[in-house]
Design a binder for this molecule. Structure first.
Ligand code: FEO
Length: 166
């Protein structure tokens, strides 16, 4: 069984992951309006990946006889300055998610909750990937000036993403 604290933290994390899905969908919508359909597609798939993350927490709570309680999801930003702004915000968001997952791990350690610690190993590795991919795109956008032919090439490259990775 979970301690109350761990169960609450896991429920909060469902909200964080669902908010992430919402935020990436909003970024996708913005990219559609500036005709970057490749980046919009990448963001949409990222949103689907976040839904999968939320469901991993949802299933884990249920599998261990806990109680899932869904919380209100905030409205995500709708307006962005540029593709670079989009990815910088995505990177900042992923860093916040990493901090949140690390905090649940800390709580699970204090509670001697080994199953939760083991489940979180997947997320800890996943966050390394999430920060890496957003960070690389931020750097590419900075290097290329984030406009012109370089931006169109990046749009085409990101649009080739086939499916959500996890
Ligand atoms: Fe579910 Fe992008 O972290």
């Amino acid at each position: 069984m979970f301690t109350q604290e761990v169960q609450e933290a896991l429920n909060h994390q469902i909200r964080h992951e669902l908010y992430s899905a919402y935020a990436y969908l909003s970024m996708s919508a913005y990219c559609e309006t500036i005709n970057l359909s490749g980046i919009a597609r990448w963001m949409r798939m990222q949103g689907q990946e976040e839904m999968n993350h939320a469901m991993k927490f949802f299933d884990f709570i249920n599998d261990r006889g806990g109680r899932v309680v869904l919380e209100a999801i905030d409205q995500p930003p709708a307006e962005f300055q540029s593709p670079l702004d989009v990815f910088e915000r995505a990177l900042a968001h992923e860093r916040a998610v990493t901090a949140s997952i690390n905090e649940i791990y800390r709580l699970a350690t204090v509670a001697n909750d080994y199953p939760t610690q083991v489940m979180l190993h997947w997320f800890i590795e996943e966050q390394v990937e999430e920060e890496k991919s957003a960070g690389e795109i931020v750097e590419l956008l900075k290097l290329s000036g984030g406009e012109g032919p370089a931006l169109l090439m990046l749009d085409r490259q990101l649009g080739a993403r086939k499916h959500s990775d996890h």
